[in-house]
Design a protein around this ligand. Sequence first.
Ligand code: CA
Length: 218
Amino acid sequence: MRVLVVEDEVRLADALRRGLQEEGFVVDVAATGPAGLELARRGGYDAMILDVMLPGLSGYRVVRQLRAERNWLPVLILSAKDGEYDQADGLDCGADDYLTKPFSYVVLLARLRALLRRGAPQRPAVLTAGDLSLDPARRRVTRADAEVALTAREYALLEYLMRRAGEVVSKIELLDHVWDASVDTAPNAVEVYIGYLRRKVGRDRLETIRGAGYRLVP
Ligand code: CA
């Protein structure tokens, strides 16, 4: 899952980036309203965490502009204000959820998870495919009721494929949503990790579609 963080407080932005990366998210950070808007317009994100008080363009105006352009990227607003009118402003401008600073990191993660679920409305909270089950809230994967131990990268790859179960997902798309483009990634990283996953979740669960990508069998 690729998340865009728009936050001008450098320390908070760094903390969010590190925390989310540890959870297996791919994270891009923008420090101004216009830079955030530009990245969101380019697409490829599964959610955006957006500060209100930003240089150049407020968070509210960024969401308003995106919605006016019929861009429905799920948005979680972060704000230092805490009046009920401010919350209403945040939601009225088209944001999906609202969190007041200072916030609990655990709550932020839970809200983000809920947002990602809503972004794909037909998908249940726990993803399943055959005897395989993945619970994003607990970051727990089981196969035939036995726990499967995965590294953070393996988990992120499996979660992305399970959210797209039945669809062919290209290598480029996997690199984009599971690997951080700013980090050097070996060209065969996807194949290597698909190999690791196959050993853990079953060879038949992950099909290679020659010349197109991979498909998780639902
Ligand atoms: Ca700010």
